[in-house]
Design a protein around this ligand. Structure first.
Ligand code: ADP
Ligand code: MG
Length: 313
């Protein structure tokens, strides 16, 4: 088990991480979700042992994670860390980069393993190309293969698919995360992408300004909607007073756009401002008595059109 206990850390005076506490069981897949600047990358760095803590402790089973002051070689050997800037060697080939951490003792095994990893990240065709000639997305795929090579006990991924095209991202995400799961590797993934977080995580930890503001399963987190900062991470969110939704009490509710639909008559009358095409439907931006809201509709609506909305049953 990984235990992060009461960890605080600051680069200068302000606290970048503040009393962060959570635990992760062996083999679990955990996402660290938060907006840019919330401290995700810093948290991965302290878990890996690249910074000295101001306060708190981090353990992997009985082993304490040591920072650079106490550890000659930065980074704990049983973990692999994929940094946001990948850290590849530009003047050697894709294969050589992937094999960098693999032993030369059994050259045939090494080549076999590199081949397997090249296939996993769909880079077989680039095996002998020098890394400096690759695109950002291709480099990121090589970097992913390289951290998988040694089957570490813990994988720390910092925004692992940020440079990869949408057409390839879904497939790659499934391959890499399922591969880690099969091998029983504990995965911690820093991301601001809800598709990374919702589909694969056993648990999501939400950071805001260096503090943990939620720690839940994806399902509970998405449906609980008790914190606007959390709900915002999953896309557009409306804050609507319950009286507009037919209830008697005054009470702000968080409502996703897909939860609203047009009805004959209700307390929630809106005027359409804009319709945004989303492929399967339109996202409609509208104004109502208390401000702006968003809802989804199959058809485009004309600007100025007035309709009533209700919560879907
Ligand atoms: P995230 O990965 O969620 O975007 P980071 O962990 O990179 O967040 O950054 C958290 C905060 O720490 C930000 O305010 C950032 O500017 C600051 N920060 C990050 N790295 C450094 C550094 N090396 N020196 C000083 N401040 C830093
Ligand atoms: Mg970051």
């Amino acid at each position: 088990m990984l235990l992060v206990s009461n960890v605080s850390f600051s680069y200068k005076c302000d606290k970048t991480l503040c009393k962060v506490t959570f635990s992760i069981k062996k083999g679990q897949h955990v996402s660290i979700l938060g907006e840019s600047g919330s401290g995700k990358s810093t948290l991965l760095k302290v878990i890996y042992g690249l910074e000295d803590l101001n306060e708190g402790e981090i353990f992997w089973n009985e082993t304490v994670v040591l920072g650079p002051k106490f550890n000659l070689v930065p980074g704990m050997s049983f973990m692999k860390y994929l940094a946001q800037d990948f850290d590849l060697m530009p003047y050697i080939t894709v294969s050589e980069n992937i094999g960098k951490f693999l032993s030369n003792f059994y050259p045939e095994n090494k080549q076999e393993r590199i081949k397997e990893l090249l296939q996993l990240v769909e880079m077989t065709a680039f095996s002998d190309v020098k890394v400096k000639y690759l695109s950002g997305g291709q480099m990121q795929r090589v970097a992913i293969a390289r951290v998988l090579a040694l089957e570490p006990e813990i994988l720390l991924f910092d925004e692992p698919f940020s440079h990869i095209d949408n057409s390839r991202k879904n497939n790659l995400r499934r391959s890499v995360f399922n591969y880690a799961k099969e091998k029983g590797v504990t995965c911690i993934v820093a991301t601001h992408d809800m598709d990374d977080a919702l589909s694969f995580s056993d648990k999501i930890i939400v950071l805001k300004n260096g503090k943990v503001i939620a720690e839940e399963t994806p399902d509970t987190l998405f449906n609980s909607k008790d914190n606007v900062d959390v709900a915002k991470l999953f896309g557009d969110i409306n804050v609507i007073d319950s009286v507009f939704l037919g209830e008697l009490i005054n009470n702000k509710q968080l409502i996703y756009p897909f939860e609203l639909e047009i009805t004959e008559q209700s307390k929630l009358r809106i005027e359409v401002l804009n319709s945004y095409y989303k492929g399967r439907n339109y996202l409609i931006e509208a104004k109502y008595d208390e401000g702006i809201l968003f809802f989804e509709n199959v058809n485009k609506l004309a600007r100025g059109e007035q309709v009533f909305l209700k919560l879907k049953d």
